[in-house]
Design a protein around this ligand. Structure first.
Ligand code: CAA
Length: 381
């Protein structure tokens, strides 16, 4: 693995860093406070190629690799974790599987709009009674002759859902086959059989709207199926491998934000006649934080490189997500401690980083599920 970034990867990182500093960071506190979806930023990210970083140029994407994607996503998430996850879901969980498994007609119909930010995608897998046990989903797709499929069921925690134009949805086309009877569908969010519930009121990433999705006799054409019938579970787990690298990069961005804010504060704040950064109690915290951040970044780059090389990268993606999300939480917690009483106030962004970090240990597979996936990879299952 080459740790020297290519000119294209550097360009992706620098473009994202510049945009994040100019347009995202100044808005982050307000986005959080008002639970405000940053729709205009998503359009601008699309114009910069950030909503379909790894989508081939032939389908309207930036045609870059996964390393470029994680570099860009770290920068955007460093400024605003909510904007980061909106970008991650669109890239990894919607554009990714359509680019990998879609027919030319499906790619033509969806990818140029999704990759340019003209449309936004969401991924509907979890349900009220199936989260970690994703294969136990109950949403059904009943064949309706030539008319296509009729979808019924309820989906939970659909990030981007209330503002999405496109839903990548998993449903059972054969209840007798269990997980092998699950199929994937690309559904236009304007379908009259779809209804989103009110946005969930969340601890963090408040600018990324998330809601339940109710499907009531939603009719979709046969061409809406993505991949073969019964291939949906594998398609979803494969998409989540890519998604986990994205969430790892988001967690890394949050960790960096907390670390950089804490470092700056520690160099300015004085106690006992010197900046607190010069007290060993704080110095060692900052040393541990930066070491863990670098370790997480290396694992993310390894997983991204493995993805770009082709073949399975399930274990590497799970390891990167597990480590990066736990680092984000440890670093954010310590950063609040460095700020002392001020860290507990909403006046400083560090309390937002603390709240934003938590979800990275939960969505796209909890840390417990990552450990299960890693154990299966390591032990063979
Ligand atoms: N890629 C391709 N195929 C895969 C795969 C992958 N990564 N992982 C497994 N498979 C294949 C297996 O080889 C197996 O194939 P066969 O049936 O041919 O042998 C099949 O898929 C089923 O695999 P398992 O038997 O390993 O599956 P399982 O039912 O035991 O469960 C699990 C696996 C790891 C628990 C999985 O269900 C899982 O990851 N659960 C967590 C779900 C999750 O991450 N949800 C996130 C929701 S989306 C979200 O959070 C988005 C958001 O809001 C931002």
């Amino acid at each position: 693995m080459d740790l020297e970034l290519t000119p294209e990867q550097q360009m992706a990182r620098d473009t994202a860093r510049d945009f994040a500093a100019r347009e995202v960071l100044p808005r982050a506190a307000d986005i959080d406070r008002r639970h405000a979806f940053p729709g205009d930023l998503i359009g601008k990210l699309g114009a910069l190629g950030m909503m379909g970083v790894a989508v081939p140029q032939a389908w309207g994407g930036a045609g870059m690799d996964t390393v470029a994607y994680v570099l860009a996503l770290e920068e955007i998430s460093r400024a605003c974790a909510a904007t980061g996850v909106i970008m991650s879901v669109n890239n990894s969980l919607v554009c990714g599987p359509i680019a990998t498994h879609g027919t030319d007609a499906q790619k033509r119909a969806w990818l140029p709009d999704l990759a340019s930010g003209r449309k936004l995608g969401c991924f509907a897998l979890s349900e009220p009674e199936s989260g970690s046990d994703a294969g136990a989903l109950r949403t059904s797709a009943r064949q309706a002759g030539d008319a296509g499929w009729i979808l019924n069921g309820t989906k939970n925690f659909v990030t981007n859902g209330p503002v999405a134009d496109v839903v990548l949805l998993l449903a059972s086309t054969d209840a007798t086959a269990g997980a092998k009877g699950i199929s994937a569908f690309i559904v236009d969010a304007r379908n009259p059989g779809l209804k989103f519930g009110p946005p969930d009121d969340k601890l963090g990433i408040r600018g990324a709207p998330c809601a339940q999705l109710f499907l009531t006799d939603a009719q979709v054409p046969s061409e809406a199926m993505l991949g073969a019938p019964g291939f949906g579970y594998k398609l979803a787990l494969g998409a989540l491998d890519g998604g986990r690298i994205g969430i790892a990069a988001q967690a890394l961005g949050i960790a960096r934000a907390a670390f950089e804010d804490a470092t700056q504060y520690a160099l300015e704040r004085k106690t006992f006649g010197q900046p607190i950064a010069r007290h060993q109690a704080i110095e060692f915290k900052l040393a541990d934080m930066s070491t863990e951040i670098d370790a997480a970044r290396l694992m993310i780059w390894r997983a991204a490189t493995k993805k770009d090389q082709g073949g399975r990268y399930t274990t590497e993606a799970a390891m990167a997500k597990l480590l990066a999300s736990e680092v984000a939480n440890r670093v954010a917690k310590e950063a609040v401690q460095v700020f002392g009483g001020y860290g507990y106030l909403t006046d400083f962004p560090v309390e937002r980083h603390f709240r934003d970090a938590k979800i990275t240990e939960i969505y796209e597979g909890t840390s417990e599920i990552q450990r299960l996936v890693i154990a299966r990879g390591v032990l063979g299952a």
